[in-house]
Design a protein around this ligand. Structure first.
Ligand SMILES: Cc1ncc(COP(=O)(O)O)c(C=O)c1O
Length: 372
């Protein structure tokens, strides 16, 4: 799965970003305490800032997005409960089945549209009859925003309010917002609007926002109290965590050191990449998100910083294409449904995109020749 050396131009994920100079400076000088005793001032400042930005009562700093989702599930869902989540979601596919192993819950996947939304009627249909002792009790609905597997599409506040109105009032919604700020920038809406109709949300500081480590969970004070207990249970109580939280605080700053508004650059670079790739013979749209009227890669589908595409010729050509790219110093990764994923981020500008497109053209030629 891993290779010893990172590629020169690394589009495998936005998690590969290194902290900015301002982050390193803030980390070096952060006032620290013991966060398990609740007295690390930098962690407390980050939690206050995150809660204010997302307009929720309280927040909790956690090491990873995976742990943020896990402690949220633990805080919302009793053993034997059932979670409704998108069929392609990270919570369902990419968190080692923690909903089952740790939470002790079932999960009912609902297929998404090509824009990453579970149809609201399908979610309502998936709710179990709580009066029937045969049935698990539906305890949570998860929404992923941005929705990674459909090209990291942003989910709108309008969808969230339609979903909220259709669900019983007592059924909570959790947003896995690993890239919530990308959605906010792409849709040009305040990040709080994206979670107004949710009871809790997780967002990651360690992806496009460029902090080295860390995610934040937000929700009511009572929910965060339960999530904090869950965090302790899974070993996520960190001590002088302010040294990490300091980088997150810089990421969320309004000024020039903040990394939220610059996400727009990543989105522009992803569009540029998709336009170039779409013109290369052999690059097509992944089937599950292809336009009904054509197989070509549609650059207008790029709304944030993911470009998902397929290579004609099936999986063996994809493997050869990725290896040929790697030989040319470019990293992309295989993704479900036979796709290739390329993710733009801090440090990827027009020059890098031009180099990636040259490498892709050469890799397409080489992989076609290798396949003959
Ligand atoms: C949609 C989504 N949710 C959650 C996560 C988990 O984040 P982490 O890698 O910090 O555990 C990821 C990671 O890429 C993700 O893409």
């Amino acid at each position: 799965m891993s290779q010893a050396q990172a590629p020169d131009i690394d589009l495998r994920s936005d998690t590969v970003t290194h902290p900015t100079a301002a982050m390193r400076e803030a980390m070096a000088h952060a006032p620290l305490g013991d966060d398990v005793f609740g007295d690390d001032p930098t962690v407390l400042a980050l939690e206050r800032r995150a809660a204010a930005l997302l307009d929720k009562e309280s927040a909790l700093f956690v090491p990873t997005g995976t742990m943020g989702n896990l402690v949220s599930l633990m805080a919302h869902v009793p053993r034997g409960g059932e979670i409704i989540a998108p069929a392609e979601s990270h919570v369902y596919n990419d968190e080692a089945a923690s909903y089952a192993v740790v939470v002790g819950a079932g999960l009912r996947p609902v297929s998404e549209t090509r824009d990453g939304e579970m149809p609201v009627e399908a979610v309502v249909d998936a709710i179990q009859d709580a009066s029937d002792p045969h049935c698990p009790i539906t305890s949570l609905v998860v929404v992923e925003n941005c929705h990674a597997h459909t090209m990291s599409r942003p989910i709108t506040p309008a969808y969230m309010s339609r979903l909220r109105r259709a669900l019983p009032g007592e059924l909570p919604i959790h947003v896995d917002g690993a890239r919530l700020f990308n959605a906010s920038v792409a849709l040009r809406v305040p990040v709080a609007d994206l979670v107004r109709d949710a009871d809790s949300a997780t967002f990651c500081l360690s992806k496009g926002l460029a902090a080295p480590v860390g995610s934040v969970v937000v929700g009511s004070a009572e929910f965060i109290g339960r999530a904090r207990r869950a965090r302790k249970l899974v070993g996520g109580g960190m001590r002088q965590a302010g040294v990490l939280a300091a980088a997150g605080l810089v990421a969320l700053e309004d000024g020039a050191d903040g990394t939220v508004s610059r996400l727009a650059d990543d989105h522009a670079m992803a569009s540029l990449l998709a336009e170039g790739l779409a013109a290369q013979p052999g690059i097509v749209s992944p089937g599950h998100i292809a336009q009904p009227d054509g197989a070509g890669l549609d650059p207008s589908r790029v709304a944030t910083n993911f470009v998902l595409f397929a290579v004609e010729g099936g999986r063996s050509r994809r493997t050869a294409y990725l290896a040929a790219l790697r030989d040319r110093g470019v990293g992309m990764v295989a993704y479900p449904h036979g796709q290739v994923r390329a993710v733009t981020h801090l440090g990827i500008g027009p020059r890098e995109i031009e180099a990636v497109l040259d490498a892709s053209a050469a890799a397409l030629r080489q992989s076609a020749a290798d396949a003959c």
